[in-house]
Design a protein around this ligand. Structure first.
Ligand code: CU
Length: 133
């Protein structure tokens, strides 16, 4: 499972000009994998620190619709794991610009949402639906 985290730094490189709105992105391929042991390799292509947290997504709920609290983060209750360390597995202080993190999880069939839960990154677009079948 390959996950790319991006922000305005990447857009500037591609377009040659800084966009007016900061696009934060979290992309992942493939969109669906069979149940079992899944390794997430998470690459930060942006200029800012990011992370990836795996949250369960209940049926009927769309990605990107979680409520954020006053600190601009979503509730991580039920988290199955995260990649938030630079050049290391598991959780840490975030994946620095240009670095990668990784985590290996044993996932049951279901819908999951990959999110970056640094302040305001979720509402700015860092969420992605991922299905385990
Ligand atoms: Cu982020």
């Amino acid at each position: 499972m390959f996950v790319m985290l991006g922000d305005t730094g990447m857009a500037r490189m591609m377009s040659g000009a800084a966009p007016a709105v900061t696009p934060l992105t979290l992309q992942a391929v493939p969109a669906r994998l069979p149940a079992g042991v899944i390794s997430f390799v998470v690459r930060n292509m942006g200029l800012h620190t990011h992370e990836m947290v795996v949250l369960p997504l209940p049926d009927g709920r769309a990605a990107g619709r979680r409520e954020t609290t006053g600190d601009g983060r979503v509730d991580e209750a039920g988290s199955l794991g995260e990649a938030s360390a630079s050049c290391a597995a598991g959780s840490g202080e975030g994946i620095a610009a240009g670095a990668a993190g990784w985590v290996t999880l044993d996932l049951r069939p279901g819908r999951y949402e990959l999110v970056c839960n640094l302040r305001d990154h979720y509402v700015d677009g860092m969420h992605h639906l991922f299905t385990v079948s």
